[in-house]
Design a protein around this ligand. Sequence first.
Ligand code: GLA
Length: 732
Amino acid sequence: MDIIWHKSSGQFHLFNDKISYIFAVSPSGELTGIYFGKRIHDKADMSYVQIRVGMPQMAVDPDTESYCMEINRQEYPSFGTTDLGTPAFEIEQANGSKVTSFVYKNHKIIKGKNGITGLPATYADKKEALTIEVELVDSVAEMTLILSYTIFESYAAVVRHAKFVNNGNSTVRLTRALSCCLDLADQNYDWMQFSGAWARERIPEVKHISTGTVMIESKRGISSANQNPFVIVKRPGTDEFYGEAFGFSFVYSGNFVALAEGNNHDRLRIMMGINPVHFEWPLEKDQSFETPEVVMAFTADGLNALSQTYHHLFNNNLVRGKWKNRPRPILNNNWEATFMDFTEEKILKLAKKAKEAGVELFVLDDGWFGERNDDTSSLGDWVENKEKLPEGIKGLASKINALGLDFGFWIEPEMVNINSNLYRKHPDWILSVPGRKPSLGRHQLVLDFTRPEVVDAVYDMLFKVLDGTHVRYIKWDMNRTLTEVYSCAASPEMQGTVYHKYIMGVYSLYERLIAAFPEILFESCSSGGSRFDAGMLYYAPQAWCSDNTDAIDRIGIQYGSSYGYPLVSIGAHVSAVPNQQTGRSVSIKTRANVAYFGTFGYELDLNELSDSEFQEVKKQVAFMKENRELLQFGNFYRLLSPFQNKQTAWMVVSEDKKKAIVGFYCLKANVCALPGFLRLAGLDPDMKYQMEGKTYYGDELMNIGIMLAEFYKSDFSISEDYASFVTVIKAD
Ligand code: GLA
């Protein structure tokens, strides 16, 4: 890993043994992109890649008549000169002009990586990464722009973000401030996004790129179930095992935009950042603004390799604290078992049975506070409901602990119901426009987290519940999108800052709770998986993946999530049948076979299972305990897509390749079809492995594959609807 600066050509080369990222100072003084991809040799001058031909109707810079930005690749394109593509940023200056031109002034290279105040960010020590901060100035706007790039020793990834500083005396307004731009030299790429809605999150969609713009975004104040802030741009032939692709993951949980813009001269521009819709950030003299960062990864070996880069990078250099790289407790959550209709006695009955099954953590979901018996009341009143819990959370926690289980509970701190003491006392603490009726979502309003006094009040209430109580886990929910985004506490000129300050308020509450209670494992949730993004993982290392707990639907949701997020971050539980969202009935075996490839737990009343099912649950818990390190942190391979096949499969392999676990699922019976072969991946070709009592070479399993007929038993056919198997493969 190194960063080389070639002074004579003004060229920078960031590289490790996997990738090269090269950019240079262009003839106009701005930064131009040279290359991002597989590692190539360093060469002092690659300015030949800049196009210097005149074209009809092209504007050229007055001082450099042969150079036009529009047909060249930009690192962070500005508005108003000769680029004419979509700009990465816009600054409205005192005279009303938005034209800017930032030229290279200086740079510094640091060992490791700096954080970003108030925002989540990847981190690295001095040996793990190098960062270059390039300083550019616009002497007319009197502004400095700092573009920062980090290259890691071990990953095929570069992390980018930008910082704006106002050096002038007049106030400027930042109206667009994306985090990165990657201009590529041709447009023969496919765009892959992860889209959906409540209960069908992160389903991959692929479309071919051409001239014009492909764009996804969120204006919901959360990253959203509808579009995820992670996209892949891949060569059309790229599949899970072969071919080139770039990944872009936004380390941010609020509004975002991601786009690919093909111009008419073969240039493809990919950008990602805070959604400019209703974003306006005034900067007075000496004030600065830093964008969140984007993790840009590259693979030449297919999408599994790209995903593995994100999995390892997030596990090692984004997730922090006690739960970093720690196998997660097996939990039982009462939500689908009781909803809000519970008493302490009922909860203890669930917990006792959970303990008997070998579960480690009991989680009390919504309904423990205020007068909360349905979703019309009490959000905002974080004090225990003594009718349900006579001795409060503390009392319940100690009784659950006495059973030998850890305890955790649910909160939704960003919200308030109209029917709550908090709202009666502070009706102006919500996001809303004076004179307009605020829209309700799930009967609730959004607290104005841009205001420190609001965050303080919520923190104080939660602190009282948590202080001195043995709590090991919190599920932090967020159940509606933001509307009428306006803060009564902000001046008219500051309203464009509210979306961003809101999410910074959320981050600040997380930060304070983590500092006060470092033992707690946070699981983020937003009506299931509506805020599953890299930003959240910095605070909450796992996320409830979806409210859809149907095992068959879950395969697709978890499969889609795995493209950008590590398995250990994917909240996955076994729930009751018929499933509450889909009405489908799937065996307890298949439900567990899906949930193993995530955090694993149960979201049902174990007392209601038959004896034989309960005995099976005990075995499942024991299996997960034995294998969770591998299941949650191993190298994950998608083998057969549930979106293209009637059967689907995935597997994990240990770092030393001595152990692997394969999951195979039949989504739809394939009558009178031969069972066929499932080719595995990631094994050592020369190693001998044991599987189901037989010996195979790694190359045999990867090239011939598992003969699926092996898994036919007298009582079990793998070609039936919803049948599945999970098998462990061990070095001989
Ligand atoms: C959301 C979550 C669920 C559950 C309920 C509680 O819908 O996604 O898992 O916690 O809220 O109200």
